[in-house]
Design a protein around this ligand. Structure first.
Ligand SMILES: [Zn+2]
Length: 162
């Protein structure tokens, strides 16, 4: 799915990585003649690309970003589960979540553009991708913990100047 570039940093091999608003990174190498991105080698060029979108396959694959850090946790059971979680909803911009099923079974329905239903039993974890609509459907009695996370590292052009 499309994600906006919010900054850039270099990887340990000195290759440029675009920081996407989903908290994933994506290499944007300039290695002519096969990868032509001359804009990436200048600060002006990089700044000019801020806000443009790249296709993030890591979001499509529901991969937890390495930079995501938990900042809030909530525990629910079938009696305390907020109605909003069983209706179609989505997390805010850049907000990831992990649904840890502690007891029971639930169906985790994920909407566009992922379109999957995952049956989560006790001990399993469902990953919630930022801004992707989803809902959970408990199969009887459940107990779950939801962990919200977002990017902590602010790299962008700051680290490039170091
Ligand atoms: Zn992503």
């Amino acid at each position: 799915m499309k994600r906006a570039i919010i900054g850039f940093h270099r990887d340990p091999r000195d290759d440029w990585v675009a920081d996407l608003d989903c908290a994933h990174g994506q290499h944007v190498r300039h290695k002519p003649p096969f990868q032509n991105r001359s804009w990436v080698v200048t600060e002006d060029g990089r700044n000019g690309m801020l806000g443009t979108e790249l296709d993030c396959v890591l979001c499509d694959r529901m991969e937890w970003p390495a930079d995501a850090r938990a900042y809030r946790t909530r525990e629910f059971d079938d009696a305390t589960l907020p109605a909003g979680l069983v209706r179609d909803h989505a997390t805010a911009h850049g907000v990831w979540a992990r649904i840890h099923v502690r007891q029971g079974v639930l169906d985790y329905h994920v909407g566009e553009p992922i379109n999957r239903t995952l049956r989560l039993a006790a001990g399993s974890v469902g990953i919630v991708v930022p801004q992707v609509r989803h809902r959970i459907e408990p199969m009887g009695r459940v107990r779950l913990r939801i962990e919200f996370a977002r990017r902590t590292r602010v790299s962008s052009s700051e680290s490039a100047k170091e």
